[in-house]
Design a protein. Structure first.
Length: 354
């Protein structure tokens, strides 16, 4: 309880009529008198006559009440305003205690600013401060860490990440904004899907040391798939997300950290292999732009949601026309991306530049 409320309640226990007035105030604020009955009388027991105590509890212990919980600070402000003259008569010691300013409620960003990050071989562990948090604030902390890719590890008693989240965490704290989960609509390509894409492209027919573009490289699943079949190809990997780019660096690649839609290559490519963002129709924009970077006779292979096959909009129509002129569509099994975090139905698109 707020210290001011506590002291005023103790003092005013002996003032006639104040119980009824406080009860009316609580009811007017749609608060819960049952909750009031549970919390306050224990503090009044020493100063309140047993009969008065019982009557008071009976008066406010209404079984039909379905109001909202009490806001103690509001009660304190009301009591101080209502009994301001009495408040002035308090002894200096009581007055000092009664005017203590409540500590501000902790925020998720100030709490996480004290968290520690331990980098380990396969990622990092985030340890939270010992400070006790209200349930709703802990829920915000948990959401921040999970949206950044962390998961609670029971064995470690910390949040575990498969990368170092220090930079992303610091950015969220500075902005004081809970980050969105997967804001780039990135869903890593499952191994089986990557293999099917490589086969559909016919990469064995590419020239020696072929130039290959991966415009949204993620963490390198498609690079691994094509280089395991054709180790001689030279891949340019474009990746917008610095976290994913760090994974590519660890794997021995030299990613181009850029938004593919704002990037222009110095030359054309023999092949493009891609799994563009599954966000609205953004994947169509990525495929059309990537197709423009192919040499004549070059081949593009892309994963895509199958929604364009039935949607009647300008972009979807354009992609269907492009496939009809230059390529093919292969259905992937249902829920091919379940393990990657989405149930979007997908297809493989192949296009050859005339």
């Amino acid at each position: 309880m707020n210290p001011r409320t506590n002291m005023l309640c103790l003092y005013l226990t002996n003032e006639s009529g104040w119980h009824d007035e406080l009860l009316q105030f609580v009811k007017n604020r749609a608060s819960n008198p049952k909750r009031l009955a549970e919390l306050l009388p224990y503090r009044w027991n020493a100063l309140t006559a047993p009969s008065q105590h019982r009557n008071y509890r009976n008066d406010i212990n209404d079984p039909d009440w379905d109001g909202m919980p009490i806001e103690w600070d509001e009660v304190a402000e009301y009591l101080i305003d209502r009994y301001s003259e009495l408040f002035d008569t308090f002894t200096p010691q009581i007055k000092q205690l009664a005017t203590v300013t409540p500590e501000p409620k902790p925020s998720w960003h100030t709490f996480l600013a004290s968290a520690s990050v331990e980098v380990i071989d396969n990622g990092a562990l985030v340890e939270l401060p010992d400070e006790k948090l209200p349930k709703e604030k802990y829920a915000e902390v948990k959401k921040v860490l999970e949206n950044l890719g962390g998961a609670w590890s029971t064995s470690e008693q910390r949040f575990k990440f498969d990368y170092d989240p220090s930079q992303a965490l610091q950015q969220a704290i500075e902005l004081k904004e809970i980050p969105k989960k997967n804001p780039l609509a990135y869903f890593p390509t499952p191994t089986a899907v990557a293999g099917a894409l490589v086969d559909a492209m016919g990469v064995q027919g590419l020239p020696m040391f072929a130039s290959v573009l991966e415009p949204s490289a993620g963490r390198g699943a498609l690079i691994e798939a094509i280089t395991s079949t054709r180790p001689d190809v030279i891949v340019d990997a474009v990746e917008i997300d610095p976290v994913n780019a760090s994974f590519l660096v660890k794997a021995g690649h030299t990613p181009i950290e850029s938004d593919f839609m704002d990037w222009s290559p110095a030359d054309f490519y023999d092949a493009v292999i891609m799994n563009p963002p599954f966000d609205g129709t953004a994947y169509i924009d990525h495929i059309v732009k990537a197709f423009s970077h192919l040499k004549r006779g070059g081949v593009l292979g892309s994963i895509a949601p199958n929604s364009f096959l039935r949607q009647d909009n300008k972009k979807s129509t354009h992609l269907r026309d492009l496939i009809e002129r230059c390529g093919n569509v292969i259905d992937l099994p249902d829920e091919s991306f379940r393990d990657a975090g989405t149930l979007v139905q997908t297809v493989i698109i192949t296009l050859r530049k005339p």
